[in-house]
Ligand binder design. Structure first.
Ligand SMILES: Cc1cc2nc3c(=O)[nH]c(=O)nc-3n(C[C@H](O)[C@H](O)[C@H](O)COP(=O)(O)OP(=O)(O)OC[C@H]3O[C@@H](n4cnc5c(N)ncnc54)[C@H](O)[C@@H]3O)c2cc1C
Length: 369
């Protein structure tokens, strides 16, 4: 998100400094793992759809500008039973925004994708225009655009604290003692937001989530390429999702399945239990797909209580924008978040409808959605 903000703010002709505590393009935060699902018929809430429409436009523009493929429109298949909230949510967003989604019975699903095993009571909703976005490439593309428009990006520079000088600028203090002054500050610290927002006590908890890659016999999955999938099945510990094999294996994970952690104490080693939980679900959905475990990576969700993002001005200081709590579904929005945060920082208001993401919802009695 920070790279996207730097790109959008720099494009608007502002003097921009982006700071990153690790190397640029590191894999220790929330955005690593080579693939992220992107879809528009958003089951989490229809209010996200206008933001997604803009995100799609901005991803396409970024692809053109950088000459990089950032999105693969391989389609996304969402599967569930009649009581699945995910299926109901896809239908609701699709109906409200006329998004093209194809309905499949279990038999039709199996006919089209013979390798999958839906239960007889399950149905599938296939969104053809959805697919996969490649996060490391997206981050690099935003950084290239930021630099091309004059931004400075400083790696291995950790913000230790910030304060507002009496009647003046914001002062950032870096670990090691260096200080700078700035007029506006965008805080996009992912799982580390808590360490920069202090007494604001944002309601964000961090959860360990593993993503795993499996090899499978080519005949099993190669002939008829699976789209990305999200299977909301009562028998699984959490919904199973996966992305196609881009030469490094089929990636699969359980959405929101993991222990609460402190980000600097994340256990990055993959345990046999991590593999078992995902492999069992994957094998039920795509028999044979979990035959060979290849690699795994621990990552972090920054969860808010309602699992909706927080994008707002800091109630203590209107020169500061807070963008965090992306709750395990934020990456696809990166370019539109960049645009929104740049708007908030530079104009004090966003051009897109984001009231439902405000901090007010945690103190007001009226539900935002
Ligand atoms: C396993 C997994 C699967 C996911 N799947 C999907 C998906 O399919 N689709 C989707 O849309 N989203 C998905 N997400 C969610 C998405 O990846 C995240 O919401 C998004 O990447 C969050 O980005 P971020 O910029 O907030 O966090 P990060 O990428 O973690 O960036 C925060 C950055 O701030 C830096 N930082 C922190 N503190 C400081 C400091 N004090 N000083 C300087 N720098 C600092 C960090 O080093 C880091 O680089 C998934 C997440 C995970 C973990």
């Amino acid at each position: 998100m920070g790279s996207a903000v730097a790109a959008h703010a720099a494009r608007r002709g502002k003097r921009v400094l982006g700071v990153e505590r690790f190397a640029l393009g590191h894999d220790l935060g929330a955005s690593s793992g080579r693939t992220r699902i992107i879809r528009k018929a958003y089951f989490e809430a229809p209010a996200y759809v206008p933001l997604l429409e803009r995100a799609y436009e901005l991803w396409t523009a970024l692809e053109r500008e950088t000459g990089t493929v950032l999105v693969d429109r391989c389609g996304v298949l969402v599967v569930g039973s009649a009581t699945s909230l995910a299926l109901a949510g896809v239908r609701r967003s699709a109906a409200q925004f006329a998004i093209d989604v194809e309905e499949y019975s279990a038999a039709k699903m199996h006919e089209r994708w013979p390798q999958c095993r839906p239960l007889s009571a399950e149905a599938g909703l296939f969104e053809r225009d959805a697919g996969v976005v490649f996060p490391e490439r997206g981050i690099a593309a935003h950084q290239r655009i930021a630099i091309a428009h004059g931004a400075e990006l400083r790696a291995h520079t950790e913000v230790a604290a910030w304060s507002r000088r009496a009647g003046g600028a914001l002062e950032l203090q870096f670990r090691g003692g260096a200080r700078i002054e700035t007029e506006r500050l965008a805080l996009c610290a992912g799982p580390w937001m808590g360490s920069l927002t202090g007494e604001l006590a944002l309601p964000i908890v961090v959860q360990r989530n593993v993503q795993l890659w499996f090899g499978a016999p080519a005949a099993q999955l190669g002939e008829c390429r699976m789209p990305a999938f999200f299977v909301d099945r009562a028998g699984f510990p959490k919904p199973l999702y996966g992305t196609p094999d881009y030469g490094d294996g089929l990636k699969a994970a359980l959405h929101g399945f993991g222990d609460r952690v402190e980000p600097d104490a994340l256990d990055r080693a993959i345990a046999p239990e991590d593999i078992d939980a995902v492999a069992r679900a994957l094998d039920a959905w795509l028999p044979g797909a979990a035959a060979t475990y290849r690699e795994g990576k621990a990552c972090m969700y920054a969860l808010t209580p309602d699992e909706h993002f927080i994008i707002d001005l800091d109630p203590r200081d209107a020169g500061i924008v807070i963008a965090g709590g992306f709750s395990g579904h934020g990456y696809k929005f990166a370019p539109v978040v960049g645009e929104i945060v740049a708007d908030l920082a530079l104009d004090g208001a966003a051009r897109h409808p984001i009231d439902f993401l405000s901090l007010k919802r945690f103190t007001s009695r009226r539900p935002p959605l």
